[in-house]
Write a protein that binds this ligand. Sequence first.
Ligand SMILES: [Zn+2]
Length: 225
Amino acid sequence: MNQYEYRHFLIRYEDRDDEFAREVIKTAEATYDILSGDFNIEPDTELFTLVICSDIEAFIRDTGKTAGSYQPWMVGNANYEKRILCILSPSASDRSDDEMLSVVKHEVVHIVFGKVSDKSPDDISPLISEGGAVCLAGQVDPELLDKNTRPDASNLNDEDYFYGNDGYNYSGAYMGFLMRKYGNEAYKNVYAEIEPLEKYLYDGFENDAIDSFRAFRGDIALERI
Ligand SMILES: [Zn+2]
């Protein structure tokens, strides 16, 4: 495996991912810097390990999953406590390089916000943790947001409901709208549980979020990368 140290990440990858790895490290470093600045979060001094897994077997091993807990849609993983991010090589999935670079941004969001809360990301509401990662990584698809079938934001706090109701896309739209309307500090405070999310929700919040995303057509924060 190749291994190189950069400012925030130590990247590891196999030869055949050489070209992709260059894009990955550029994206990861820039995302980390931009987010730390935008959300006023002090960067860590210790490096994070960023592994490009050449196949699904390596992905399962490096993420600490089991064959039983792995799902085919899982292509990235971040663990702040273990200080590791795993990205599946595009050669081992049906995703394009660009889609995978959005996954890199998504996982880096999880890593940056790992510092904001003492809780493990698994114990934070998926509405808040996944919603922030999805919108900041530019992964909201406005075409798939429907005011007639949309979930209530508060229902997306429940993990089972989240996965069964297009939780990634809607939570991304809701948290992106929260950032746009109330500012990054508001999102950070909600993430850290300094303020309750309910403080910012109101009747019509979800529909306003959907209108807002359709008007902006998606991505809000990381267009500079
Ligand atoms: Zn995520």
